[in-house]
Ligand binder design. Sequence first.
Ligand code: ADP
Length: 229
Amino acid sequence: MIEAEGLYYCYEKNGDYVLNDLNFKIDRGEFVFIIGASGAGKSTLFKLIIREIVPVKGTLKVFGHDLARMPRYRVPYLRRNIGMVFQDFRLLEDRTAFDNIAFAMQVTGASSREIRRRVPYVLELVGLPDKANAKVCDLSGGEQQRIGLARAIINRPAMIIADEPTGNLDPENSYEIMNILRSFNIRGTTVLVATHNHEMVKLLKKRVILLDKGRLAADEAKGVSAGAL
Ligand code: ADP
């Protein structure tokens, strides 16, 4: 699903590599934590995966496509298959939960009938069946992030990438959000989570990719021991 081979990236010409010789493979259906200190390169890796930026060296394949060779017109199709979740939620605050999720479906050309059917279903998946008509600004942070998760899954993406999804949440809500991501994963969606939340990483015992100043410092199949964090 994702294959990095000798992957390098730097933001400035002749600047330091912020991703340095990354080699890894993520298969369909995996749940993977990407961890590492601030500045380690986690967000840069996500930007490469959605082809906001392109590798300066090496290859990155997503869904079997070499992203450096992908023509521009294919990029929206790539992104349609990737649900994004952000630390700051990125919702339209003065609109309802329903509208926020529905917009993501409308841009794919879904009919209003399909939208009316699917939005309540995903609200149910994230545990907010009664909040369709609530304005986002009236919801708690935990609820807003659940709307973010509902929006990410609405178009049945093959993969979800979540960049610090619990960064603004308390432990209880963080746990709920991780649990919902885990439920998406159990239903077959590949999930990548960049996080500083080491408690959650230890608890969930999923594969962990540790970045250290742009290098792959560890890749552990069943979580990491306390000493490694
Ligand atoms: P993380 O998500 O792990 O905190 P980032 O991928 O955001 O790390 O950053 C990796 C490195 O790239 C850092 O040294 C950061 O300062 C640098 N960086 C990130 N974005 C830019 C940018 N737009 N221009 C220049 N340097 C950047």
